[in-house]
Structures are given as structure tokens and as C-alpha cells.
Design a protein around this ligand. Sequence first.
Ligand code: PMP
Length: 438
Amino acid sequence: MLPRVRSAQLYEEAQQHIVGGVNSPSRSFKAVGGGAPVFMQRAEGAHFWDVDGNKYIDYLAAFGPIITGHAHPHVTEAIVRAAQNGVLYGTATELEIVLARKLKEAIPSLDKVRFVNSGTEAVMTTIRVARAATKRTKIIKFAGCYHGHSDLVLVAAGSGPSTLGIPDSAGIPISIASEVITVPFNDTDRLKLALERWGDDVAAVLVEPIVGNFGMVMPKPGFLEDVCRLARGAGALVIYDEVITAFRFHYGTTQTFAAFPDRAAIEPDLTALGKIIGGGLPIGAYGGRREVMAQVAPLGPAYQAGTMAGNPASVAAGIACLDVLAAPGVYEKMDAQAAHLAAGLAESASRRGVPLTINRIVGAFSTHFCDHPVTNYEEAQDTDGEQFARFFREMLERGIYLAPSKYEAWFLTTAHTDADIDATLEAADASFKAMAGA
Ligand code: PMP
């Protein structure tokens, strides 16, 4: 057992002051058997060091944003320079234009953008804008997709809520939840039925175009095309939540992802962004078609504001992060390493007799302890959570840090080395062996 005495002490202390001892439920170890989470002290490249001095290879990447690895020199330098110039002005700055322009260049569906502070805010505001633009109230979302913790989207949300067995949060009025219609991902017929029934009231269909919140799940060929066609046929807008997916698989979003089967037909009206575009500092952004974005104050009647929005440090970190990602070969390397890792995990699990389904898209993949494909939330739920918890613990003991939930992905970063991947495969084989022998 790795010594984690200090983590245990800090957890005791944290619980006295911070609710549940963590500042986001997905950081707790509740879904993987409970107990003290690991308190990290330092991170560099693809590695973490905890408060007891243990070293880990990191596949959490802070739930996505840390795609360049921790403390990347270019990103760090940008943050330091921003801090030296004063971290917050409450005025317009030139750097905001630089990041906005970079986003627009990479995401052609954005005529205009607005920066906010989190993915939650970004999605929340796209919904407000869609409602303002259509003068309708209802939203269609897909079961298990997570869109942040605002009232409207915390209905049949995946990720944290499903991990903790809270399909719906307390504190959300029925009147609000009743404005949300949930249909299964990858199910065109059910979407069609929902639009036939409620179409005249639907402001937007909101989707993670590639799901990252009940594992990594690709849309079936034609599904996003159907989403766009059916939504528009009903007079509703299409919102893509690309908080996880933007700049994850290539320098852009799913909207221009070459591997996509139906890419020509999948441009949304509004896009929500976050995570990677802030290089690890708090950020969110949303944007879309000019006429739709003209709803937003000060141009239009839909209000959205923020003291911290577009803050110089986040914007500078985001620009630096995108610079790193724009270099040639970056995604190819993550793709090759993730392919090697996923293939090795599959081989090892199979040799040890542990059923495992892996969904991989470039440098991100999910491991589902089951012997069936995972294409929607129901199938992701129908996997062995106890096996995952055991695997998580075995890997942790061997210095591999995975997200503490069976629904979260493994993320490669530009900092992972081939030696990291080999060490991970060795740890995984020993973990599967221990599980098979149990
Ligand atoms: N949308 C998606 C697809 C996400 O995965 C998340 C966070 N995991 C969010 C929105 C919310 O982002 P944030 O945690 O920055 O509020």
C-alpha cells in the first residue's frame, strides 16, 4: 500500500471546513468505494505528486483542460506575464480579441463569441440565447449528457450526478425540470417522437456531439445530421456542448473533425466551450451565428454578464495552450499513444479474463467493465461499477491516477511519454491479474 497518511489527515480536516471535503463531488472517492481522496501537492508534465510524496501518472488531466500536461513552460510563462500585468481589470482588453479570433478561425460556426468563467455558464447562456431567439421555452437533451450544474440541464445528467446516483438534483423546481425533455443518445426515432409531441415549444436541442460524460461515445453515422435536420424542421436551434470535445481530438471541434461520418451536415447554431480553451485556468465561452448572438446584451435583450469574464490570466493561458496544440504532430502523437495504450489494456484484460469495452477517440478513451458495446447512457450504466472501483484502486496503488468514476474518460496529454504508457500497461496487467485472482 502506498502511504497516504497525510492525505487521510487532510481529508479529516477538509471535511470540517469544506462540504464533503471537496470542492466538486467528482473529486470525492464516493463512487470508488469511499475514503480519503488523494490530496495532490504538485504536478508537472504527465505526473502528480501527492502530499505523502507518492508519484502518479495522470490520466485525469483535471477532467480535460490540462491537454498540454501540467505546468507547460509556454502556458506558465503566459500566466506569469499576465499576473505581472495585473490579473483583472473589469475593462476590455486586446488579448480577449486574440483568443476570440483563434476560436473563430478553428470553429467556423462562430460568427461571434462571448467569454464566461465555466462550461456551466457557457451552456446555461446558450439556452437563454436560444430561448430569446425562438421565444420558446423547452429544451431537448440526451440522457446521460452532462452540461454543467445549472438548473435546467441537471436532469438525467451523466458524469458526477450519475456516478453519485443522483439522477436529478434536489433544489430544482418541477416547473423547471418540466421544461426539459430527455431522449436517449443515438436514438433518432425517440428524438423524432419528442419533436412531434413538443416541437412547437422547443427552443433548442442540446447535445454533446461526441459524448464525454458516460464514457466517450461517438454518435452513430447520421445521428448528428438527424439532430440538426429534425431540430430545424421543428423551428428549434441546435446547441453543441463542446466543453470537452473542443481541441480534444484535433485543432477544432467535432464540427470539423475529419473522422466524422456526417460532418457536412452538423453545424450547430450555438456552441458552448470551456476546459482546454483556458489552458487550465477558469474559462468558458459560447458563440454562434451572428443573428442569434445579436440577442445578447448589450446588443440584444438576453442578459449575461461576468465580473471575471475574459480575465487576462485565463485568456493568456488559453492562447498559450492553443499555440502548443497548433504545432504539427501534436494530436497524431496522442492518437498513437492512446491507440497503443487502449490496445494493450484490451489485450491484457482479455488475457486475464476481465470483460472490458474500450471506446477511444484520438487521445481520449473510456474503459467500461462489460462485454457489450456502449453507445448510450443505458448501456454505460449497465457496466460493472464494482469492477471499475477495484481497478481504480489497483491502479492507484501502482501509481496511476484515473478519474474516480466509471463514467469518466482517460485523457492523454502532449506530455505523456512512451515510457509512461508502458508503465501504465504494466500496472494495468498487474491490476487485472489481481482482479481475476480475487
Ligand atoms: N459541459 C460538458 C460537456 C462538460 O463535460 C462539463 C464539465 N465536465 C460542463 C459542461 C461544465 O463545465 P464546468 O465544470 O466548467 O462548469
